[in-house]
Design a protein around this ligand. Structure first.
Ligand SMILES: [Zn+2]
Ligand SMILES: [Zn+2]
Length: 254
């Protein structure tokens, strides 16, 4: 298993990160991708990935933080990619019209720039979307990224089928295990297993059985079990295919 999206640089992991990573490995999580949401967190993610052999990372600025984007930041991200072999994608980037922590037009400009950067430097993109799928589609069709994953997918199948047709991937979190998440479970049923990845988005969004607790990479097995149930195939098969998907996406060949 690979937890393709966790935030190990989050303050909630500050006190016990080595124990969190050890528990993940004990639970069968071989690798973790720690995801950045700002320039500072990108530096922190690189430091963590450089410390722990089985942790890889992304660099990028989250739509919440788009307002802090400065001229020259794309260049800085490029330098960070060169700085460590553990950087495997640009992310998380995208649009979030739910919270609007940054103005929509600013979010769109920064997303366009970061997605273009990912294409230029030949890295995949980890994309965040909330209540913004139409504008995500417009920008993705314009930039034509090499490979992207829409992470923590909560979209209706009808709204996201275009991304699957383009050959991109969806990744799902513990949210899909919540009783009211029927829409997400239907999207999982429709998405080919070869285009699915699993993640925790920890420390947030603990799966139903751990709801209310801090989430951590060890809990990604809950998402795996749910996908297996929805697809009507064995947990082993889903583990094998989603691990292969993640290994290919993030270039984790042994
Ligand atoms: Zn996100
Ligand atoms: Zn995230």
């Amino acid at each position: 298993m690979i937890d393709t999206h966790c935030h190990l640089a989050d303050i909630k992991f500050e006190k016990d990160l080595p124990a969190v990573i050890a528990r993940a490995k004990e639970a069968g999580v071989e690798r973790m991708i720690t995801i950045a949401d700002s320039m500072d967190e990108a530096e922190a993610c690189i430091a963590i990935a450089d410390t722990f052999a089985d942790v890889f990372c992304t660099v990028g600025v989250h739509p919440h933080n788009a307002k802090d984007w400065k001229p020259g930041d794309a260049e800085r991200l490029k330098e960070m990619v060169m700085q460590s072999k553990k950087v495997r994608a640009i992310g998380e980037i995208g649009l979030d019209y739910h919270y609007n922590h940054s103005p929509k037009s600013v979010q769109r400009g920064v997303f366009l720039e970061e997605l273009t950067l990912s294409r230029e430097i030949g890295l995949p993109a980890v994309v965040h979307c909330r209540e913004a799928i139409k504008d995500i589609e417009t920008i993705v069709r314009e930039v034509e990224p090499l490979q992207m994953v829409l992470h923590c997918c909560t979209e209706k199948w009808e709204d996201i089928a275009w991304l699957i047709e383009l050959g991109h991937s969806l990744s799902f979190t513990g949210i899909a295990t919540y009783p009211d998440a029927k829409v997400i479970r239907r999207t999982i049923e429709q998405t080919p297993l070869t285009q699915i990845m699993i993640e925790t988005d920890s420390p947030y969004l603990a799966p139903a059985v751990h709801r209310g607790k801090r989430n951590e990479p060890a809990f990604v097995a809950e998402v795996l079990r749910l996908v297996a149930k929805l697809k009507g195939v064995s947990v082993e098969e889903v583990e094998e295919v989603t691990t292969r998907n993640a290994v290919e996406f993030f270039g984790l060949m042994r």
